[in-house]
Design a protein. Structure first.
Length: 483
């Protein structure tokens, strides 16, 4: 059994190698130098050394402030923005793609290492079983019937691990293939550097697209799974009233580190935007957005640079674009109850809960025809139309909160102390199950609970405290009971 475990280690280090290789070797191959600012900020700064003004791009200044916290690099486009040299522009786009792939790899690496922790934990159990078997083997009499039953139970607890190990082995092959492809790509890029213009950009671009697609499916495979555990909470800050909502952008991939905070559930219009989590923790460096329409509840979400929220005393969803500070869209969520008709157990006009997971944007609500049972709606972020719905059969007023992970809705049974994840609805198979996943509800009044797929964390607003949890996701495991 220890052999497969070693192999998992190999997968991880392979992925780390690919990530390193991509972030270090590749950029320099295409003339892009990357620096990472350390301490106080997690911003990534890219300073570019492009072929120069003749090739169509120009680079300007790079500066850091007095205490060295903020580093700012400006990469300005050429004076002729339409691009005097389309080749250079294409190359730059390509470079950006490679950068994006690099980011994805880092994410993949992070997620896998968390899953690995789960497997490592099982290793402890495995070792103790192994020891007990050894003892029983050398001295069969030492094993009582009860001891034997215990042992059998321990072994059956370990069975799901087999499925995970198989999965990892399959993923390992995929990653090795990916690595080879990246290597091939780099050869091409190196050739370009030597002989700029001598290559067919179209073909190159196509290969990058293909690579991205494969990487995406590899990530989805590794990244998604069933919720099996929730970590201890970390209190990030104590601020605001008893009820509220806070979040970061939930789209993958995104390098946006801003944090938004929306205090209260009734008629609020002030959204505070912090530059980073560090700033949010200290309550510094924020700007205020005054929304043109007030909000209801705490079910807001930031997705792909826009804030989606429920408009006060209506079932209208508003899309507010944060950078341009304008409302892009408004649309009524057909038939959805509002104005505290079908809230979660804590009330607060929490009728409509918007959220995002690995697969996109969702609305959780209910209607009179659905008899107050939770409806899951798949929302198109571009039009706010509901594309598909599922009736979960779970009464919304009996739910504390709910959140979506990998297309599965998880529902808590209360907002108070003792709450647990009690119910799960799988949109992939339109089926539900009752669950018993505990978590520590430290301040005993949760008015917001949302999953952020980018960080694989749960964000909660608990009695005026802003709290984070990590989650453990388990890969899909076939039932080994009947194998
Ligand atoms: C990148 O930066 C390093 C040191 O900062 C330098 O030695 C190297 O030449 C740079 N790469 C390119 C392609 O300019
Ligand atoms: C890289 O990712 C960013 C952020 O997701 C996106 O805006 C940009 O268009 C991507 N670049 C390319 C070339 O795909
Ligand atoms: C990489 O290039 C080699 C030689 O051109 C080719 O045999 C191999 O199939 C390529 N690998 C991938 C994954 O594209
Ligand atoms: C649906 O998703 C759940 C949770 O990720 C998983 O356990 C289940 O096997 C999936 N069902 C199908 C039919 O894919
Ligand atoms: C994210 O927003 C950009 C425009 O800002 C858009 O082009 C892109 O399609 C959006 N992506 C998703 C997944 O909604
Ligand atoms: C919403 O509820 C409040 C208080 O219950 C009530 O005064 C108001 O008329 C309702 N508004 C709508 C649009 O239903
Ligand atoms: C989640 O895990 C990451 C990486 O292991 C760790 O840095 C972070 O502190 C954890 N957060 C919580 C809330 O436990």
């Amino acid at each position: 059994m220890s052999v497969p475990l070693l192999k998992i280690g190999a997968v991880l280090s392979t992925m780390a190698m690919v990530t390193n290789w991509m972030s270090q070797t590749l950029p320099s191959l295409v003339g892009l130098n990357e620096t990472i600012a350390h301490g106080g900020t997690s911003e990534k700064i890219i300073s570019a050394l492009y072929p120069g003004p003749d090739e169509g791009w120009q680079i300007y200044s790079s500066a850091s402030d007095a205490d060295g916290k903020c580093v700012c690099t400006v990469v300005a486009p050429a004076q002729t923005p339409c691009g005097r040299d389309p080749r250079s522009r294409q190359l730059r786009q390509l470079t950006e793609r490679v950068q994006n792939v690099t980011q994805s790899m880092e994410l993949l690496d992070l997620r896998t290492s968390r899953d690995l922790q789960y497997v490592r934990d099982s290793e402890v159990l495995l070792r103790s079983v192994e020891n007990r078997v050894k003892t029983a083997h050398s001295n069969p009499r030492s094993l009582s019937p009860k001891g034997f039953q215990d042992l059998k139970r321990s072994v059956s607890q370990l069975l799901p691990l087999l499925g995970v190990l198989d999965q990892y082995r399959a993923d390992a092959a995929l990653v090795i293939y990916l690595k080879e492809e990246v290597r091939n790509l780099s050869r091409v890029l190196a050739a370009i550097q030597e002989e700029l213009g001598a290559y067919d950009y179209e073909e190159l671009q196509q290969r990058v697209v293909l690579l991205e697609t494969r990487l995406q499916s590899c990530m989805n495979k590794l990244g998604c799974g069933r919720l099996t555990g929730i970590s201890n909470p970390i209190t990030v800050r104590a601020s605001g009233s008893r009820f509220g909502s806070w979040m970061t952008d939930a789209m993958i991939p995104s390098s946006d580190n801003r944090v938004w905070s929306m205090d209260g559930y009734f008629k609020g219009r002030r959204v505070l935007e912090y530059r980073t989590l560090g700033d949010f923790t200290k309550g510094q460096n924020f700007v205020v957005h005054l929304l043109p329409h007030p909000w209801a509840g705490t079910g807001h979400v930031v997705y792909n640079g826009s804030l989606y929220y429920n408009k006060h005393q209506s079932n209208i969803i508003v899309q507010y674009h944060l950078r341009s500070r304008v409302v892009l869209l408004q649309r009524s969520l057909g038939g959805a109850g509002y104005n505290n008709t079908f809230p979660y157990s804590w009330g607060g006009s929490s009728d409509i809960d918007l959220m995002a997971d690995e697969t996109g944007l969702w609305a959780i609500y209910t209607t009179i025809p659905n008899g107050g049972n939770i409806v899951i709606g798949r929302v198109d972020p571009q039009t706010l139309e509901v594309r598909q719905t599922w009736d979960t059969g779970f009464p919304k007023r009996s739910a504390g909160e709910s959140f979506m992970i990998c297309g599965t809705l998880y529902v808590t049974n209360s907002h108070l102390a003792g709450a647990k994840i009690y119910f799960a609805y799988h949109t992939n198979s339109s089926s539900y199950e009752y669950t018993d996943i505990p978590f520590h509800n430290q301040y005993s009044h949760i008015s917001m609970l949302d999953y952020n797929p980018r960080e694989r964390a749960l964000y909660t607003w608990n009695n005026g405290h802003q709290v984070l949890y990590n989650v453990t996701l388990f890969h899909v495991i076939r039932s080994f009971g009947d194998a």
